[in-house]
Design a protein around this ligand. Sequence first.
Ligand code: ATP
Ligand code: LTN
Length: 341
Amino acid sequence: MPLPAFTPRILSGIQPSGGLTLGNYLGAVSRFVEMQESGQYETLYCMVDLHAITVWQDPANLRHNTRELAAFYLAAGIDPAKSALFAQSHVPEHAQLGWVLNCVARMGWMGRMTQWKDKAGKNSENASLGLFAYPALMAADILIYHATHVPVGEDQKQHLELTRDIAAKFNNDYGVEFFPITEPVIEGTATRVMSLRDGSKKMSKSDPSDMARINMSDDADTIAKKIRKAKTDPEPLPETVEGLEGRAEARNLVNIYAALAGVGPENVIAEFGGQQFGAFKPRLAELAVEEIAPITGEMHRLMADEAELDRILAQGAAHARGIAAPILEDTFRIVGMLPRQ
Ligand code: ATP
Ligand code: LTN
């Protein structure tokens, strides 16, 4: 049976766990801005601080990182007049629905999540219960707004499939058509920006090597150095996109260039095909600096005015609660915690 029509609505989140990479920008925030500007959706973006504390966070750092992430969103183009921007913990309905969904999700589903396996590692007995339940809270982040679309990087695909399973099981268990079956939006040339040191690994803020990533806080010289030293193979760039097959590092640099320039990889190959990395890398560095430096500058400006940032976040949380509260109330009615209407 088709589900009722839902308002086209976007929710996405990033953890304020410190350090923001070019992967977060190209794979997530730049896409969030595009979707905000498309005018086709209501847009809500948050700092998922409840997710961040699934691994220990120093309180002073968490406060700082949450403001820094808010500044990043704003500097990259999230406009508080168009999108709700808020801290997840300030909208208590996330955690409240999270509990209900903990009771819908199955242990077996959670145990299969690759992020859980990666992050808990061999020492899962000592991982927090929150880290295990992480994807059910993520489902709540999305479903508390009846969000229809969720833009994320490729690494979040499995969590979004789980969100769909949780929504379908809730609907089925209670015989309702209440939660939408959310669509992941994993599009563009930068859905998986890879490490600069190893083309088979995701560029990550938690990589022990700082040379593996470009941080949004890196200055021009650091960015240029990291790109100059990025791992490549000895061949020149291929003449066709197909020629990137089996050349993970070359493909990654071409994709980063394409995403930064807002073109397809075929345009980058048309311009640089046949050239050596020695010629391509300085051009890539220039482009990266051109894109990142104004964002970093604006982040610093915004972070100097904490009161203004906090005001924007309070306004975002109030807006978000206006949507979330009636959906939580309906959920409680469905589950039997409030009288039927
Ligand atoms: P970690 O790398 O420590 O696991 P993370 O950066 O993946 O952290 P988040 O900060 O929560 O974790 O990620 C926020 C968003 O950025 C998600 O949508 C994620 O898919 C996206 N993202 C993160 N890294 C990349 C990457 N290398 N390429 C594309 N998208 C990315
Ligand atoms: N798990 C995500 C962060 C996240 C998220 C969300 C993304 C938490 N809740 C809701 C999209 C929608 C990650 O990037 N690590």
